[in-house]
Design a protein around this ligand. Structure first.
Ligand code: V47
Ligand code: SF4
Length: 392
């Protein structure tokens, strides 16, 4: 720690804040804002990496999962969304039947995935009991699969339509086999921004209350933040403050996932995307500020594989999963990877290439398998095929 402190050039006004971070003390909102505004990438990255290594050493987590996106038809009209189609629209729209969703699950027979992630548009006809029954049938096919399903936005609409309270709705889904909630729909909580980018869907208060209720019922969840559009640093800190406060009360969040705004084919295409430096700064600040979150995740289909590798030195300890080309949210919004899928071997290699230690986890971060010393058949072949270098 002393060495790190001496190797950093720190302006006077930031010294006490840096001192606090290095003592693993919580920083206040105003300290976070000052740090965000004044600190250079090198300083933020060093601090974030210090915290990351303090929590996890070299370990870097990934899971083996796939997504089901039941529909991209949506009653809401978020301006940043490239994926949704209006309910009556036909072009590039889809709507999966129960059988089609179960067929996707059956495709993974014998493949050791541990999680299915179910998120989509908000379709008025796909109601609470429709989804509760789909989940029940998924569990009948694959009882060991962890079902992480529905953003708070989808849930708020489903419960309102079914005229049940948040608690009743969550209990129904839990009783049918839902295990946890993904982090989507959070966007930016501050009203000034939310009213512009996603005016008609669940409010910040509703998002937070659904997650708090889920935590109290024993379900874990994730949290996200859509950054790099019209918000500023103040809005990001304000967003993270509300998550940090909720986490203090429940300890129910597994991970925090900053989601980079992508600008292709949506109503905010005129807004430029954040630079890579800003991406690294954003993840670093998340790691520094959210002291009560165990994990910070880079979702590689959205941020890209190379930036994901960089981020493993800027606070990130988790790279999500193999995905298996089962999501369209980011490819439709302009992410580089148009068919996001990585074999376990590729994800392990991505992590090892930057000197980190790959660990397969389940949704709740239990260790499934340590991959550090695993040599894949393909790797072995490549290794043995290397020309023998004669040093004489
Ligand atoms: O809420 C939509 C985002 C989210 C764009 O919990 C966009 O493990 C960038 O929440 N540019 C849904 N982002 C996806 C999501 C998620 C993804 C991966 C893992 C987990 C998890 C959750 O996608 C939405 C919104 O914030 N989004 N459009 C866009 N143009
Ligand atoms: Fe619908 Fe979600 Fe897209 Fe908003 S972000 S329009 S809620 S699919």
């Amino acid at each position: 720690m002393q060495a790190l402190k001496h190797s950093l050039t720190i302006s006077k006004d930031l010294k006490s804040i840096v001192e606090k971070v290095l003592q693993l003390e919580r920083i206040t909102d105003s300290e976070a804002l000052l740090l965000y505004e004044r600190a250079e990438l090198g300083l933020l990255g060093s601090l974030a990496n210090f915290i990351r290594e303090n929590k996890h050493g070299n370990h870097t987590f990934f899971n083996r999962n796939f997504h089901i996106e039941p529909t991209n038809k949506c009653v809401f009209t978020c301006k940043f969304c490239s994926y949704s189609r209006l309910v009556q629209q036909e072009d590039e729209a889809w709507e999966l039947s129960e059988d089609q969703m179960l067929e996707i699950v059956r495709k993974y027979d014998g493949i050791p995935v541990t999680e299915v992630h179910i998120v989509g548009g908000v379709h008025p006809k796909m109601n609470l009991m429709f989804f509760a029954n789909v989940i029940k049938k998924i569990k009948e096919i694959r009882p060991d699969l962890h079902v992480k399903a529905f953003t708070a936005v989808e849930l708020e609409y489903m419960f309102r339509k079914a005229k049940v309270s948040v608690e009743e709705g969550l209990r129904i889904l839990k009783d049918h086999g839902m295990d946890s909630l993904p982090g989507g729909g959070a966007e930016i909580f501050h009203k000034e921004i939310r009213d512009v980018i996603s005016k008609d869907k669940a409010t910040a208060e509703q998002w937070l209350s659904i997650h708090e209720t889920a935590h109290r019922l024993g379900m874990h969840s994730n949290a996200t933040m859509l950054y790099g559009h019209i918000e500023n640093y103040f809005h990001r800190i304000d967003h993270m403050r509300q998550l940090r406060e909720l986490q203090d009360r429940t300890h129910g969040f597994n991970t925090f996932i900053p989601l980079k705004f992508r600008n292709k084919d949506n109503e905010m295409s005129h807004v430029s995307e954040a630079s890579i430096v800003e991406d690294l700064r954003c993840y670093s600040m998340a790691r520094i500020y959210l002291d009560n979150f165990s994990h910070i995740k880079a979702y590689w289909p959205m941020i890209g594989k190379t930036t994901t590798q960089l981020l493993l030195n800027f606070g990130v300890d988790d790279v999500d999963g193999t995905i298996d080309d089962s999501t369209k949210i980011y490819s439709m919004a302009g992410a580089e990877d148009q068919h996001p899928a990585m074999a376990t071997k590729d994800i392990v290699e991505l992590i090892k290439q930057v000197g980190r230690h790959p660990i397969q986890r389940d949704t709740l971060y239990n260790v499934v398998k340590d991959y550090n010393d695993v040599i894949f058949e393909e790797e072995k072949t490549r290794f043995y095929e290397l020309p023998v270098v004669n040093n004489n």
